[in-house]
Design a binder for this molecule. Structure first.
Ligand SMILES: Nc1ncnc2c1ncn2[C@@H]1O[C@H](COP(=O)(O)OP(=O)(O)O)[C@@H](O)[C@H]1O
Ligand SMILES: CC(C)(COP(=O)(O)O)[C@@H](O)C(=O)NCCC(=O)O
Ligand SMILES: [K+]
Length: 257
């Protein structure tokens, strides 16, 4: 069994892969940061509930875009599992079939997304990740990461709006049927959510125009289901794409299946 840890700015996702599929996915909020023992307790409890033994884990792979957590994460996994974790970062990039122009200026979750996109499809692809940030990662059919675009994620955009205005409230992340808002709630929902539908469509169009070719689009991330009108524009929504990428990275680095 493989334990893959995807540490984002909102959630730490712990995925357990049994060689065939992701049999468990546990989410733990990233902030406030906890100590080693709390992460260990969280995992041990989940293992217990899932009727699994920690000793069944034969490999660990970790991505973190929250540097203050890096040491805590590798330390606590070493306390549980003697296998040294594969920590995604520039030091291991030369062992991967993908390449990036700027290894110190790309999130390791985006490296994982690119690795999954390349390994699964081996064609020009853009991965749209709806997390705390909304990211577009463009990878060509040879595995070269052409570039990345970063925008505020859906919740992040609404939080910024609410935080910077006196009268605007938090609203549910639901797309109204009519694109013209008729009250405060639908005004914000339309402005942000339909606005983001248009932004994602426009961004994909511009990427294709610049590359002068059709490019496959795969969506992932906790908020990938919200903008459902985009789903006809996506070739696929794959909620496990980042975990998949981590699994492929672990495989490439350890040469294990
Ligand atoms: N299974 C889920 N169902 C609905 N919303 C989710 C789920 N998982 C995550 N989210 C929401 O999606 C947002 C982004 O999550 P995620 O993609 O995990 O972000 P990050 O990788 O930046 O930590 C979060 O605000 C979270 O509340
Ligand atoms: C773009 C991100 C904030 C996305 O994070 P997430 O939404 O998954 O929490 C993350 O990949 C990151 O911090 N990247 C660093 C990019 C850079 O150093 O240029
Ligand atoms: K993420």
């Amino acid at each position: 069994m493989l334990l893959a840890i995807d540490t984002g700015n909102t959630n730490i996702v712990f995925g357990i892969h049994d060689g065939n599929s992701w049999i468990h996915e546990w989410r733990f909020e990233t902030f406030p940061v906890k100590n080693q023992i709390e992460y260990e307790m969280f995992l041990r409890l989940n293992f217990l509930e899932a009727n699994l033994k920690v000793q069944q884990v034969k490999g660990v792979v970790i991505s973190s875009v929250v540097p203050e957590l890096n040491d805590i994460l590798s330390q606590f996994t070493l306390g549980l599992i003697s296998e040294k974790p594969v920590f995604v970062g520039p030091k291991i990039y030369n062992q991967l079939p993908i390449s990036t122009q700027n290894p110190y200026e790309i999130g390791t979750d985006l490296i994982a997304n690119a690795m999954a996109g390349y390994t699964l499809y081996q064609q020009d692809i853009v991965i749209v990740d709806f997390g705390t940030a909304l990211t577009f990662t463009v990878v060509d059919s040879e595995g070269n990461i052409k570039g990345v675009n970063i925008a505020p994620g859906l919740k992040t955009a609404i939080k910024a709006l609410v935080g910077n205005t006196a009268q605007l409230p938090e609203v549910p992340l639901e797309l109204p049927d009519s694109v013209i808002g008729t009250n405060t709630t639908t005004a914000i929902q339309n402005g942000v959510l339909w606005g983001y539908v248009a932004m994602v469509e426009g961004m994909l169009d511009r990427i294709q125009t610049e590359l002068k070719k059709d490019i496959k689009v795969v969506a992932t991330g906790g908020l990938s289901a919200i903008l459902h009108p985009l789903h006809e524009r996506f070739d696929q929504v794959n909620r496990h794409l980042t975990l998949e990428g981590l699994r492929f990275i672990h495989k490439a680095v350890t040469k294990e299946v």
